[in-house]
Ligand binder design. Structure first.
Ligand SMILES: [Zn+2]
Length: 108
């Protein structure tokens, strides 16, 4: 789970991505993995819990990769007109982690 590096509270990926949608050319950036990660690393996010700011580079990379995959895989995952994320990213990530653990258990 992504957590605020300052207060330690769990962050909602949907909310984080929505903060990034204000970037100029966001629609272009979200189509290209390299550009997405460049933008993410240098983006200053604001924690909705404590209001402090931090760089995207402090977010867990593995989760960010999954988020990028989910957003690219599902058509209409982002409502560009209203700058909203339509996917429940945290639920999907939790499900993904659960399935991975299940897979390990079955194979082990
Ligand atoms: Zn915080």
């Amino acid at each position: 789970m992504a957590r605020c590096p300052l207060c330690g509270k769990v962050l909602d990926w949907g909310g984080l991505i929505e903060q990034m949608l204000s970037i100029e050319n966001a629609e272009e950036i979200f189509k290209d993995k390299e550009r997405f990660f460049d933008a993410l690393d240098s983006f200053v996010f604001k924690c909705p819990h404590c209001g402090e700011e931090f760089y995207g580079s402090s977010l867990p990379r593995k989760e960010a990769e999954k988020v990028f995959e989910l957003l690219s895989e599902f058509k209409g995952s982002i409502d560009w007109e209203n700058r909203r994320v339509r996917l429940r990213l945290n639920s999907l990530l939790a499900l993904d982690t659960m399935l991975e653990k299940w897979d390990e258990k079955v194979k082990g």
